[in-house]
Design a protein around this ligand. Structure first.
Ligand SMILES: [Zn+2]
Length: 55
């Protein structure tokens, strides 16, 4: 069971959204959201450019 931050009622841990108020629980932290990958790619891009010049 976990508590809904919106209505403070408890619902099943496997529920994607609160069955009482419809609040969507945050996704599993083990899977990175797409913008995290995009951000990582943008951070690493200059490193790839430098490596291309060296090699
Ligand atoms: Zn709720």
């Amino acid at each position: 069971m976990r508590e809904c931050p919106a209505c403070a009622l408890e619902s099943d841990i496997e529920e994607v959204a609160c069955p009482y108020c419809g609040y969507e629980f945050p996704e599993n932290r083990q899977s990175l959201p797409w913008f995290a990958w995009l951000f990582a790619l943008l951070m690493l891009w200059p490193l790839f450019e430098i490596l291309k010049r060296i090699l």
